[in-house]
Structure formats: structure tokens, C-alpha cells
Design a protein around this ligand. Structure first.
Ligand SMILES: *Cc1c(COP(=O)(O)O)cnc(C)c1O
Length: 424
């Protein structure tokens, strides 16, 4: 696609967009009577219009069936966790048995570290990216302390080179190699939440395995955003949340991936609950715990059906659009945003992009660093009906989401941004 800096181009691109019908399937907040330019699907995805119907189905079945709904609801509640498996597996590139929807992201991260962070005297370090999402860092440090390990000696934080913002893959790989036998776990955000960098999962996983460590990824900013092949790439485990690109609502149900090679490893320690117990015997109420094989064996509690219903509505939209088509549009949409920002007066003087310029190394998000008075610029965007995201001290994150954003959204956003820049 050869981009042009005019509204005619944006409108033409929208008319030719094979995914254009999906925009109508989402509910947009309004600003002065018009839909906002919503560029924060990386924080809270918009509500699919079908969510209400999916949730009401469960409310009605609960009203009319009570406890019988576990077996007789239109979507029986007992096996409800199975209904999302195929779609989630497609989104993260896994087998159905390797994924399950459960809990929340940080909870899941802890549960999987219980199994996959098994430090001993020799091998105890965890490698994360410098500036990792705070919750991930808290989880990692507290796991270390739980094992009596001092994070000051065990936490490796990868920093970009001097005067650079993006981590070079070669530097990540050599940090892994250098840590060698002391390394227990590599835990990276697959897409870095601040810079938008999409790490090279396959290479990082291979290097991690070479030194005998475990490779885990946090997909909070990756699931539903970038193409993932967790099974093929050999990733050991991954976690994600449901409310960002997966559009499953505030506090949505999250999910986990555990590679097939661990599916029957019952020697891995795990915190257990009855929903992870062999489903054929679950209601025999026996004393001995027999875990399910696969990801299901990490479940603890019975399934939150109302949250799960909202997620099913959203996953249906993903199935219809398909990750391949979504990614294709995403590369074009974000490419267009980048093109317009690069030909904006003040690029390099008043602002710059932190996100990699290689589409293979990013998802839909671009992080714009405004050198001075960024917050003023951001407030101006808000006043003009743009919903973006501000990160102290100087970054505006914008994420045109291919499911519901348009080329016209991108064009209008840049127009508003250019005016806001003139005022600072
Ligand atoms: C959004 C996000 C979280 C949030 O954790 P919750 O348990 O869902 O509140 C954690 N880690 C990363 C990298 C995130 O982007």
C-alpha cells in the first residue's frame, strides 16, 4: 500500500477494507455527540455489541434453571471453560489442550511460576526486561522472596544500549547465554507495553532452552494483537489478560498456555483446586488429587460463567475476522499512522516514535515520545475526542485496532495531533 497524506486516501482504504463491517459490531463511547477516536484497545478493548446477548443468555438460564443450569443451560456451565478453547488456541498458536481460560493475569503468572520457577543453589535467576510492567515485576520478586532468594542477586533486568530504546535481539540472546547455568527463567512481555516492541519469541525461547532454563511470556499486549505460534516456538508457558485486545470487558477472564511437553508432567509442583482434578472423578469428592492433563490441570475454581460469556461473544468476532486478516490490516493501519507521523512538522524536534519501525517487531501500538509539555499535548487530544493513553513522563501510546479502527480514524487523529503540537 502506498500511503498518501489526505482524507481521500483514508476513505478509499476504508472502502476497500475487507474487515470494515466489524467496526459496526462494537460500541464506541461518544464525545460531543460523535464517536470518539478510540486508540486504547491496548488498555481496555471496546465492547462487542453481542456481549449483552451472550451475558443475558446466562442470566436468563440462571433465572429459569437455577442449579440445573450446570447441565441444562443452553451452554452448560459445567464444561463452560471448554467453549473458548479452540478460539484461544487459534489466537495464541497452540493446541486446544494447551490453553484454558481462568482467573486473572497476575494470578495466573503466580500459579505458573509455582510450577515453572523451581530455583536451586545453582540455578535461580530470572531475566526480565528493564521497565517491565510493574505487576510482573512484583510477581517475580515476591516469588523469589517466597523461595528465600534475594532479588538483588537473582533478578536480571535487560536494558537497551546507551541512547537506544529498543532491546536488540542479539543482546537478549547474549544476556541469556551469559547467565548460563544460573538462569532459571526468562519472563518477557511478548509485546512490551511501553515501547510496543514485539520480541522474537522463537529465537529467545531457543536460546533459553540452550542454557537449560524455562521460557515464559506475558501476552497481555500480544494476544489478539500479533501473530503467535507458542506451540511451534516451543514456549514453556504463557499468560494473558482478556480485557485488552481480546475485548472481553473490564477485569475479564484471563488465560494460560502450557506447552504439551509439560501436559503430563505431574511431578511439577502446583497449587491445586478441584477444577484441575480429573473431571470424570471431580464429583466423587475423593481425597487424592488427580490432575487433568494439559493446561486444564492448572485450574483451581469452577468457571466464572458471566465473565466467560462476555469472552465468548468477543472470541466469536475474532473467529469471523481471523488473525491472518487482522494482522494484515493491522500492519497497514499502523503503517499509515507511522507514515503520517513521520511527515508531520516537528518530527525529531518536538516528538519521536519509540516503537520499532520494522512491522515484524511491533503490533498495532505506536508509542509517541513528546519531548516537552507532552501532557499538554495529550490533554488537547482528549478535548478533541481522542481516547489515547498517557504514560509518565512523556509518552502517548496510541493503538489503532484493526477490528474496529479505520484509516479515517488514523487520518483524523494525526490532524488533531498536529494542531495540538503547534500549541506546545
Ligand atoms: C495489563 C498488564 C497486566 C495486568 O495484570 P492483571 O492481573 O490483569 O491486573 C500485567 N502485566 C502486563 C505486562 C500487562 O500489560
Amino acid at each position: 500500500m502506498i500511503f498518501q497524506d489526505n482524507i481521500g486516501f483514508a476513505k478509499r482504504a476504508d472502502r476497500n477494507d475487507p474487515l470494515k463491517k466489524f467496526r459496526k459490531q462494537f460500541l464506541f463511547p461518544r464525545h460531543k455527540g460523535k464517536p470518539v477516536i478510540y486508540f486504547t484497545g491496548n488498555s481496555l478493548g471496546l465492547q462487542p455489541a453481542s456481549v449483552s446477548e451472550f451475558v443475558h443468555t446466562e442470566l436468563n438460564d440462571w433465572a429459569s434453571l437455577g442449579v440445573e443450569g450446570h447441565f441444562n443451560a443452553r451452554r452448560p456451565w459445567m464444561p463452560y471453560h471448554k467453549f473458548s478453547k479452540k478460539s484461544l488456541a487459534r489466537i495464541v498458536g497452540a493446541k486446544s489442550s494447551e490453553v484454558v481460560a481462568m482467573n486473572q493475569l497476575s494470578v495466573n503468572l503466580h500459579l505458573l511460576m509455582v510450577s515453572f520457577y523451581r530455583p536451586d543453589k545453582k540455578r535461580f535467576k530470572i531475566l526480565i526486561e528493564d521497565g517491565a510492567f510493574p505487576s510482573d515485576r512484583y510477581a517475580v520478586e515476591s516469588q523469589m522472596k517466597f523461595h528465600g532468594i534475594d532479588p538483588a542477586t537473582a533478578l536480571i533486568e535487560l536494558k537497551p544500549r546507551k541512547n537506544e530504546v529498543i532491546l536488540r535481539t542479539e543482546d537478549i540472546l547474549s544476556a541469556i547465554e551469559n547467565a548460563g547455568e544460573s538462569l532459571a527463567l526468562v519472563l518477557l512481555g511478548a509485546v512490551q507495553y511501553y515501547t510496543g516492541q514485539f520480541f522474537e519469541i522463537e529465537l529467545i525461547t531457543a536460546a533459553t532452552h540452550m542454557v537449560g532454563a524455562v521460557a515464559g511470556f506475558d501476552l497481555a499486549h500480544a494476544a489478539g494483537n500479533v501473530p503467535l505460534n507458542l506451540h511451534r516456538d516451543g514456549v514453556d508457558f504463557a499468560v494473558w489478560c482478556g480485557y485488552k485486545y481480546l475485548n472481553s470487558g473490564p477485569g475479564a477472564i484471563a488465560g494460560i498456555f502450557v506447552h504439551e511437553r509439560h501436559s503430563k508432567n505431574f511431578t511439577l509442583p502446583r497449587f491445586s483446586g478441584w477444577w484441575g482434578h480429573d473431571e470424570k472423578k471431580r464429583f466423587k469428592m475423593e481425597k487424592t488429587y488427580v490432575p487433568m492433563t494439559g493446561a486444564d490441570g492448572w485450574q483451581l475454581s469452577n468457571f466464572p460463567v458471566l465473565a466467560g460469556a462476555a469472552q465468548l461473544a468477543s472470541l466469536k468476532v475474532f473467529d469471523q475476522a481471523g488473525m491472518v486478516r487482522l494482522r494484515k490490516k493491522s500492519v497497514a493501519l499502523t503503517g499509515y499512522l507511522e507514515f503520517l507521523l513521520l511527515c508531520t512538522d516537528g518530527y525529531g524536534e518536538k516528538f519521536r516514535l519509540l516503537t520499532p519501525d520494522d512491522p515484524d517487531q511491533r503490533g498495532c501500538q505506536l508509542s509517541i515520545e513528546v519531548f516537552k509539555n507532552g501532557i499538554k499535548c495529550f490533554r488537547q487530544l482528549t478535548r478533541e475526542g481522542v481516547v489515547a493513553d498517557w504514560r509518565v513522563p512523556s509518552v502517548i501510546r496510541v493503538a489503532p485496532v484493526p477490528l474496529y479502527n479505520s484509516f479515517e480514524d488514523v487520518f483524523r487523529f494525526v490532524g488533531i495531533f498536529r494542531k495540538a503540537l503547534e500549541k506546545i
